[in-house]
Design a protein around this ligand. Structure first.
Ligand code: TXA
Ligand code: MG
Length: 355
């Protein structure tokens, strides 16, 4: 299949943007697939109410079809049609955080095909905060199923070039435009029970949610790899974002972390391996490795969040064998560090060394 790569940038007028998004919307209406930017990561969009489109999404990503998709909407009126009921707490959260990086789980209505929800009787819904995404959703008929636009097992794409790397030849169109300034996928909250349950941490933190709806719970499987329980978000059980080399997270007093990583890296480089480090600004100059990535200051994890998936893909391109990352467990950021740590743990296969 020929994939049209359509750039939208500063030289575009509102007419030319409208024209390009009309083309993209038509593709989705006719059952095709279009990758598009959102404020979190790029999504791979298809018509959420067309079972054949959902099947195509799974095929294009190489994703297991029991892993449900998020339906993206552009206005509140669209929500009524696809969910059984809107709990009061969900309405409050939508009011506070939509459009934005929050996905909510509802009981689904009969119009949502089983193929889109992986056979579940619940449905995940998000209204993204990105002007092109919102316009595309409207042009596509209002209901766009969109997982992250990566091949299954790769990091979610934060740049169009990574979408091209993964999906060129497998989908109809890729919209190449600015976006993904958050860099990590949306927070997922299950609203089907009395107490909202966080299934995937993200930019909307537990504290922010609690400020609107009071008590919330966190799925225990998010941090504990040893638990026998299956995660409540089916996608969280898969090994994700795994780089080709081996990634280890190093925790402890900062100078001990630097010394440990440098000693390991020196030994590995001496034996012919290539090493990489994801470090924070405060300690960056002290690291010696083939590739040292700057995750920004420890006092603001937004830069780390934004860059993490790019770093993992760059390490692969640079053929790095062994990678080390500082831990973000104690980041002082009111909770966003949890999301960074959750993705790092998955990328590292939960390998953490305490020094
Ligand atoms: O930021 C995001 O959410 C991005 C952008 C494109 O919007 N999308 C995204 O989709 O991350 P995806 O498919 O890569 O991740 C969706 C996650 C999966 O872990 C899936 O198992 C979970 O949401 N999920 C979807 N529907 C669910 C449901 N009904 N119940 C529980 N978990 C669900
Ligand atoms: Mg994904």
């Amino acid at each position: 299949m020929e994939t049209a790569i359509v750039a939208i940038g500063d030289t575009d007028t509102s007419e030319s943007i409208d024209e390009k998004l009309s083309m993209a919307g038509d593709i989705i209406r006719r059952g095709g697939l279009v990758a598009f930017p959102t404020e979190t990561v790029y999504g791979l969009g298809g018509d959420a109410l067309n079972p054949a489109s959902s099947r195509k999404i799974y095929a294009a990503k190489g994703r297991p079809s029991d892993n449900p998709l998020i339906i993206h909407i552009a206005d509140m009126a669209a929500l009524d049609y696809i969910v059984g009921e809107i709990p009061e707490k969900a309405a409050k959260l939508a009011d506070a955080f939509w459009p934005g990086p929050l996905t909510m789980i509802f009981r689904k209505s009969a119009v949502v095909p089983d193929q889109t929800t992986g056979g579940l009787d619940t449905v995940a819904v998000r209204m993204p905060n990105h002007p092109l995404a919102l316009l595309l959703i409207k042009k596509a008929g209002g209901y766009v199923a969109a997982p992250s636009a990566n091949l299954s097992g790769k990091p979610s794409p934060t740049l169009a070039k990574y979408v091209v790397q993964d999906l060129d030849g497998r989908i109809d169109m890729i919209l190449d435009a600015d976006g993904a300034e958050i860099g990590l996928e949306s927070t997922i909250v299950d609203l089907t029970g009395e107490i909202p349950l966080i299934l995937r941490p993200g930019c909307i933190t537990q504290k922010m949610l609690a400020g609107v709806v009071g008590e919330t719970d966190m799925d225990v499987t998010i941090y504990d790899s040893d638990t026998a329980q299956a995660p409540r978000a089916p996608g969280m059980k898969y090994r994700h974002y795994a780089p080709q080399g081996e990634l280890v997270i190093v925790e402890g007093e900062p100078q001990r972390v630097v010394s440990y990583i440098n000693a390991q890296a020196a030994a590995q480089e001496a034996s012919g391996m290539r090493t990489g480090v994801i470090g924070t600004q405060e300690h960056l100059a002290q690291y010696h490795a083939s590739s040292v990535k700057n995750a920004g200051s420890r006092s603001d994890v937004h830069e780390a969040a934004k860059q993490l998936y790019t770093f993992l893909r760059e390490f692969d391109d640079e053929e790095i064998d062994c990678m080390y990352a500082e831990s973000f467990r104690d980041a002082q950021d009111e909770g966003f560090g949890q999301a960074v740590m959750n993705r790092l743990l998955k990328a590292a296969g939960h390998r953490v060394i305490h020094v």
